[in-house]
Write a protein that binds this ligand. Sequence first.
Ligand code: NAD
Length: 493
Amino acid sequence: MKSYEQLFIDGRWVAPVNKGTFETVDPSTEQVIAKVASATAEDVDLAVKAARKAFDEGPWPRMSGAERGVVLRRIGNGIRDRIQELAEIEVRDNGKPLPEALWDLGDAAGCFEFYAGLAEKLDENAETPVTLSDDRFSSVARKEPVGVAGAIIPWNFPMLMAAWKVAPALAAGCTMILKPSEMTSLTALELGSIAAEADLPPGVLNILTGPGSDVGAPMSEHQGIDKLAFTGSMPTGSRIMQAAARDIKNISLELGGKSPFIVFDDSDIDAAVEWIMFGIFWNQGEVCSATSRVLVQRGIYDRLLQRLKEETRKIKIGNGLEDGVLLGPIVSKGQYEKVLAAVARGEEDGARLVTGGDRPARLDKGYFMEPVVFADVPEESWVWNEEIFGPVVCIRPFDEENEAVRSANNSRFGLAAAVMSRDNERCERVARALRAGIVWINCSQPTFTEAPWGGYKQSGIGRELGVWGLNNYLETKQITRYDGDKPWGWYIK
Ligand code: NAD
């Protein structure tokens, strides 16, 4: 593999100030695949200075939205031109199956194209007249970029999470410092090359790799950053929010979840099994919105569990580059051990292990595990309530709609939820009763760049994607003018 030992600051590739590197591992082979630049607070400072200069003096915030849109489209095309190569890098860095990586990369390119369109529209939509109650005054509400933004992202969808933040920030006219997870740094660095080839002006996008403590923490404390956008775990989100509180940074947080899926007994069992599996085994269950708690109405409970067990056992597990693989390894040794410990805890807490949990017999290397189905999971147990972030689904029976909604809402999280039934009215009613930022009816997980994404309760603050994602990176300025034909006359009569 090529070298990833440099950071992207002010449009140039530079070694970290302390020349540090760390190793990144392929979770399928447990082999080191690259040495990666390890930044520190000094590099954060250099990147913030570059982003600050590009924002305060550079062309980017002063260009029209249409001009920015041209560059964003070039970035989208740059991703598409190298999609196969980038997807293979993602598989080796993260472990996900190649078809899923190709899907992510296509979505990432689409995200840049979508925000290119919104950047173009900003030219006509930047100022909205405001009707005032006093006709001696006239007013407009004007959208302006928030300034220098910092993005801190997780390892589960490396390039896609980068796109969800970089594309709207750049469309808005912000400049940015992007910090990928230390577990999956490679495609973020590739994005630096693609941005440079797309003629993005220097300093508009800066990319710093390294651990959260060395890069993410100094970013959240840096006074030169106006806005922080974070996706990751709840404890880290809380730390970032506390750091940002010191100088009242604008923040948006996309945190974890323990999303419920309610399946009524008039559902087609195969369709339910398909969406339950997609909801928890896609991307090894390393999905913030994974529907990891499933409530199944008692009339189909046993039959559904039987079908789910049969289909789960058929999933091909292996290296994501191998044909037909639908479940790759867990991203890292640490995460693998956490997921295995959670499975052991589920059994101790009285959940019934229907299938899974072992290392697949044909795989002696790599962080592989058979996907887990737990049934009859006690409502107060740890596995029912806490995010595992792995291929582990917890299932419980229910009798009445009200009971299912109560149980679904009984969580400190509120990112996503799903409901399945042939009765449309019931689906619509339940969807409105669920306390979550995203509700799927008769499906789980399909995600669209056009629609708002984010959580209630401890799942986060703010919304990404769609126009909501663009608004994350915009301030609203009121400009009000006195048009009165008489002097104001309060002091001077
Ligand atoms: P994490 O919180 O450990 O790390 C996320 C990022 O924060 C990484 O880049 C990490 O280096 C950085 N970081 C760590 N400590 C930091 C600190 N003190 N200050 C600043 N930055 C720091 O999460 P993870 O393990 O990478 O990702 C898994 C979590 O992310 C899960 O809980 C999952 O639910 C959540 N997630 C949420 C969404 C969403 O859209 N809501 C999407 C993906 C993942």
